[in-house]
Design a protein around this ligand. Structure first.
Ligand SMILES: [Zn+2]
Length: 483
């Protein structure tokens, strides 16, 4: 690939990026890329370690005179999200990405670029190779499976590292230094039942057209949850005229705010029931946010004769839909305007003899997550349901005294303040590998997450801003020199 003169100074970084892009490295398919990193370490006589998850750790001694300093971990993930345009012929398990530069942006033809997080891999390789830099002892951790549940970071053996300072390079906005992220836990609430013969008239109620969104980063935007709205409609109806539920299904996954939900019930007076649902729908319509104005609630007579749940079981299902903690639970006490703890009732599904509700809880505070899990367990007891907890990983709580963050802000403002740029401290209510790594290394670990500008990640329009790659490279070099 040819680069413009301004890009020449980061040619080494971009060459390593190209080297990675020549090898398939979608999530779950990292082995070749991990082997490439081991080969690279051998070429440069660096100590390395690869595990069965295809995580790779490469260590480098401190530069001359700095060998005895505490080590610093640099970290990013090897794997990329594999998305392509409909008309693009590309096999992510085999084909190299086809890179090109236009208007200072690096892209891949018709596919995701994997700048998230290939640029971190390239930065680390450039620093490991460079004999002219001043730096403390480095521990570069290349993780796998980040995009599909952070499997690599969850399973790495952290006794292999001694660093208690981490620079993670998996953020996508230059100048922003992330200092906190949310941990998460999945909760499964289940209830078994036996069906009885149907009586009354079948009605189908549907909620559609809601905006939905990411269950972490968009949980504070007052978006309506379709399962919650359905729960309210059913609860209102049940309080006027008890009915037998036949099925309720809504949402697709735990980590998305559900946009749709559908219920089938049997009622004795269907006309009255339709009137009540319409009345309640109008009230809801008056309350919802602008983003959800496309909401449609329909209530129609149906003709199913599938057996139904008893009144008691129907009522218990309405209870889980209305009583599960949902949305923002608490805000961070620091001034970042950040959600600290939240919960998303993301999916509900009915099978022949079981109803399953799936919840994703997030919290940057582990103690608050503990408390929320207890609430869910008590609720499940109350509703005579089983509650199963899985995939819990720790949060990364905001530390206003982070020395790494102070350093980043000082150096960024010194280097780029004259261009009118200013560093900004921030936090996200979503997962980052930092949470897992800090959880494993212990509370005293200082960490930040940074990165150059990458636009439209996880889509075929993904674009890496090369001028920003250069500024971030220079900033990292300065940080290595001064840490
Ligand atoms: Zn990433």
């Amino acid at each position: 690939m040819e680069f413009a003169a301004s890009e020449y100074e980061i040619k080494k970084v971009l060459n390593y990026f190209e080297r990675l892009c020549a090898i398939p490295h979608g999530s779950g398919n990292e082995e070749q890329a991990a082997n490439m990193l081991c080969e690279f370490a051998k070429e440069h006589s660096l100590e390395y370690y690869k595990d069965e998850y295809n995580n790779v750790l490469i260590k480098k001694d401190g530069s001359i005179g700095r060998e005895g300093e505490p080590s610093l971990m640099l970290q990013g993930h090897i794997d990329m999200v594999c998305e392509k345009n409909k008309d693009t012929v590309h096999d992510f398990s085999r084909d190299p990405l086809s890179l090109y530069v236009s208007d200072g942006l690096l892209r891949a033809k018709g596919t995701t670029l994997g700048g998230d997080d290939g640029i971190a891999v390239a930065y680390m390789m450039a620093f490991l190779e460079d004999e002219t830099l001043s730096h403390p002892p480095l521990e570069c951790l290349f993780t796998s499976g980040e995009e599909t549940g952070m499997l690599g970071a969850m399973n790495f053996d952290y006794s292999k590292v001694s660093s208690r300072r981490i620079i993670n390079m998996d953020s996508e906005e230059e100048g922003k230094v992330t200092m906190s992220c949310a941990g998460a836990a999945d909760l499964l609430l289940e209830k078994s039942f036996e069906r009885i013969g149907s009586k009354g008239r079948a009605l189908k109620i549907s909620v559609t057209g809601l905006a939905g969104g990411h269950s972490g980063t968009e949980i504070n935007e007052n978006r309506s949850n379709a399962i919650r709205i359905m729960g309210r409609l059913l609860a209102r109806l049940y309080s006027d005229t008890p009915f037998n539920l036949c099925a309720v299904n809504g949402g697709n996954k735990r980590n998305a705010i559900p946009r749709e939900c559908e219920a089938q019930i049997y009622v004795l007076d269907s006309d009255k029931a339709i009137r009540i649902v319409q009345e309640e729908s109008e009230k809801i319509r008056g309350e919802i946010s602008k983003a959800d104005k496309g909401m449609k609630i329909r209530c129609q007579k149906g003709d199913t004769d599938f057996p139904a749940l008893t009144y008691k079981d129907s009522s218990a299902v309405i209870n889980v839909m209305t009583l599960s903690p949902n949305g923002v639970i608490s805000m961070s006490p620091d001034s970042l305007g950040l959600v600290r703890c939240s919960s998303n009732l993301g999916r509900i599904s009915t099978s022949e003899n079981k109803i399953v509700a799936e919840v994703m809880a997030r919290s940057s505070s582990d103690s608050e997550m503990d408390a929320l899990i207890i609430v869910f367990k008590r609720l499940s007891k109350l509703l005579d349901m089983s509650a199963t907890l899985s995939d819990r990983h720790p949060g990364w709580d905001y530390d206003p005294k982070s020395q790494l963050a102070d350093k980043y802000v000082t150096i960024y403002d010194r280097l780029y303040g004259s261009e009118g740029k200013r560093a900004e401290r921030c936090a996200i209510h979503a997962g980052l590998e930092c949470g897992i790594i800090i959880g494993a290394l212990g509370g005293e670990t200082d960490a930040i997450s940074i990165g150059p500008n990458i636009y439209n990640i996880h889509t075929p329009d993904e674009a890496l801003d090369l001028a920003s790659v250069k500024r971030t490279y220079d900033l990292l070099v300065a940080m290595l020199g001064e840490l």
